[in-house]
Design a protein around this ligand. Structure first.
Ligand SMILES: [Zn+2]
Length: 118
């Protein structure tokens, strides 16, 4: 038999019934806890990280971060967000991705966390 959701072939013993559909164990579990699959940002960022690791493709924002850091020799997050006119919270995601790719790193200068090129 087949899972109604992912079309995976499943053994009868693994089959689960929900709303009259036959589901595999995985789909049944995620149907039971929809919050697990309803976090588009988590999925999105995980995909982006994987993509980044594979191809080192940079987003426009990330490219801009790199060029500003190159030009200035290093900036802290608040100065950087001011320059880019992007909120620090939004910026942090790209910073994290860039750090993950080892494009930039943080260092302490006079007690302040400053980002600079790797
Ligand atoms: Zn399934």
């Amino acid at each position: 038999m087949q899972c109604a959701k992912c079309q995976e072939t499943i053994e009868e013993t693994e089959a689960r019934e929900m709303h009259g559909q036959t589901l595999c164990e995985d789909c049944y579990m995620s149907a039971l806890s929809p919050t697990r699959t309803c976090d588009p940002w988590a999925v999105h960022s995980a995909k982006n990280l994987l993509k980044g690791q594979g191809s080192h493709e940079l987003t426009q924002v990330q490219t801009q971060i790199l060029s500003i850091l190159k030009e200035t020799g290093g900036l802290d997050l608040s100065n950087l967000s001011e320059r880019m006119q992007i909120s620090p919270m939004d910026l942090e995601r790209d910073m994290a991705a860039l750090r993950h790719m080892e494009k930039i790193r943080a260092e302490l200068r006079e007690g302040k966390k400053v980002f600079r090129l790797w």
